[in-house]
Design a binder for this molecule. Structure first.
Ligand SMILES: NC(=O)c1ccc[n+]([C@@H]2O[C@H](COP(=O)([O-])OP(=O)(O)OC[C@H]3O[C@@H](n4cnc5c(N)ncnc54)[C@H](OP(=O)(O)O)[C@@H]3O)[C@@H](O)[C@H]2O)c1
Length: 200
C-alpha cells in the first residue's frame, strides 16, 4: 500500500512509520517533513493532496491541544485544540476522501481523555470526544468502501517526562504498542471503531 502519514516525525508518528514501512510505501508529511503541510490550514491540506495524489491509506499522528485549568480557559485557548487536532483531522477527511483509492482507509488519533478526564484536560477531552464521534458518524457515509477508525491511547511511556505530572496513576504504554493499533486499522477490515490502547 501507499500510505500517507501526517505527523510522521513525532513520537507517535515515528513509531507508526517504523511499523508500517516494514510492509508498505510510506509518505511522511508534517510542517517540516518530506511533504509539507500545516493541518491548521485547509488550503495547505489541499496543496498536500495535489502534490501526493492517490493513496491507499491516510494516517494522522499529529494534533495539538491546550493543557491548562478550566478557570483560565479562554475561547482562544479552546481554539488551539479545535483548529489543530480536531479540524485538522476533519479537513484531512473532507479533502482526502477523493484522494483515497477504493477500499482505502483513514486512521485518526484521539486519546484517553475523551472519557477519562484529568485536571487541565478540558481542551484535549473536548477534541478527543469530538474526533471519536466524527469517526463513528463518518464511517456510515464514506463512499467506495472507504473505512475510517481512530486510535485512542493512554499516555505514552516516551512522553512521561513531559506529561507525567498530568497523568498521575495512569499506566503508560510503549508507543510501539500504540503503533500496532494503527496497523490493525490500516491493514485490517474494521470501520467505525475506536481502537483503545492502555485503558484500565
Ligand atoms: N504523547 C502522548 O502521551 C499521547 C497519548 C495519547 C494520544 N496522543 C496524541 O498523539 C498525537 C501525537 O502526539 P505526539 O506526542 O507523538 O506528538 P509530537 O511528538 O509532538 O509530534 C507531533 C507531530 O506532528 C507534526 N505537526 C505538529 N503540528 C503540525 C501541523 N500544524 N501540521 C502538520 N503537522 C504538524 C510534527 O512535525 P512538524 O513539527 O514537522 O510539523 C510531528 O511530526 C497527538 O494528537 C496527541 O494528542 C499523545
Amino acid at each position: 500500500m501507499k500510505i500517507l502519514v501526517v505527523g510522521a516525525s513525532g513520537t507517535l508518528g515515528s513509531a507508526v512509520v517504523a511499523e508500517l514501512s516494514k510492509r508498505h510505501d510510506v509518505i511522511s508529511a508534517s510542517r517540516s517533513g518530506d511533504v509539507k503541510v500545516d493541518v491548521k490550514d485547509a488550503a495547505s491540506i489541499k496543496a498536500m493532496f495535489a502534490e501526493v495524489g492517490k493513496v491507499d491509506a491516510i494516517v494522522f499522528t499529529a494534533g495539538k491541544a491546550h493543557f491548562g485549568p478550566l478557570s483560565a480557559m479562554t475561547p482562544e485557548l479552546m481554539d488551539v485544540g479545535i483548529k489543530d487536532k480536531l479540524m485538522g483531522q476533519v479537513n484531512l477527511v473532507l479533502t482526502g476522501t477523493e484522494y483515497l483509492n477504493d477500499g482505502g482507509s483513514f486512521t485518526l488519533v484521539s486519546g484517553i481523555l475523551a472519557t477519562e478526564p484529568i485536571k487541565a484536560g478540558t481542551n484535549a477531552s473536548l477534541v478527543n470526544g469530538a474526533i471519536d464521534s466524527f469517526v463513528v458518524a463518518a464511517a456510515i457515509e464514506l463512499p467506495r468502501g472507504i473505512r475510517i477508525n481512530a486510535v485512542s491511547a493512554t499516555v505514552f511511556e516516551e512522553a512521561m517526562e513531559h506529561y507525567g505530572p498530568f497523568f498521575r496513576g495512569f499506566k503508560p504504554v510503549p508507543v510501539a504498542d500504540v503503533a500496532l493499533a494503527f496497523s490493525r486499522s490500516v491493514e485490517g477490515a474494521t470501520t467505525g471503531k475506536i481502537f483503545k490502547v492502555g485503558y484500565v
